[in-house]
Design a binder for this molecule. Sequence first.
Ligand code: TRP
Length: 325
Amino acid sequence: MKKRIMSFVALGMSALLLTACSSSNKTDDNTLKVGIIQYVEHQSLDDIYAGIVDELESNGYKDGVNIEIDYQNAQGDQSNLKTISSKFVNDNSDIIIAIATPSAQAVASETSEIPIIGASITDMVSAGLVESNEKPNTNITGVSDMPPVEEQLNILLELVPNAKKIGIAYCTNEVNSEVQVNIALDYLKSKGIEPVITTVTNSNDISQAISSIAGKVDGLFIPVDNIMASAMPTVSSICEENKLPIVTGASVMVEQGSVGTSAFDYYDAGKQTGKMAIRILNGEKPENTPVEFVTETKIYLNKTFADKIGLDIPQSIIDKASEIY
Ligand code: TRP
């Protein structure tokens, strides 16, 4: 509303100053600037982006009409994250939407004024983005995709019921993964199973890291981890060579080559983020906007991949699946 009044005044002014301002663009004053930063290229994050844009559009916020979306992908690179974040701040964006934890952390370190909405951030508190999920008390709020780690591990343990050792692979630069790994460690230990961790700092390490434990564990768990998700063909082919049952955090990772999981639909998570962005564009303050959670999970299986590693998926799991590739 405030923007509309301002643009009305601005229109009147530009009529008065027509000759002086002949080169100004008429839509400039009422176009809202939305910066969207995505950490890395992988299908789940692309789905989140599509959900955000579709939700904005179906509520009348159309790119190039009344909002201007500047969409940038950092390609998993820390210095790109910083460059893009400071560009959005210098451009005086009205809001910034940050897809994945490293993007939200990068934007947060550039501005404490512009409202930031985190899209599918595993744990906003551990990432240092908010004081609490109930009351952020910062210029940041968002939608969390904290996954059902124990449920995901139960699927793996049902696939390999006699497992003694379970591998866990993740990227140490991602606090989102660390949080999930800690839950996994506690759970496996409570079941008397020995966890075997292997880590990477970037996608170049993945092949070596997974090969190093592949022959030593009965199954592999990979959480919702951006670097792992961006290199699923590599992960999957090593598991295939070693006939290693693997359960992953996200559904797209199942489609690209793991046995299964219980997970969210990330397009829907994007739509939920878009709804929150609209509330913030309408004046709601992030500091008072509780973090929301994605709640609806489905079971995804990849029978083609299971066949490749010679694994029979028990009928009890197949019966619960919503999506079978
Ligand atoms: N939750 C991740 C984060 O906080 C981002 C993410 C969303 C993701 N969906 C994913 C990562 C699927 C890997 C796979 O950074």
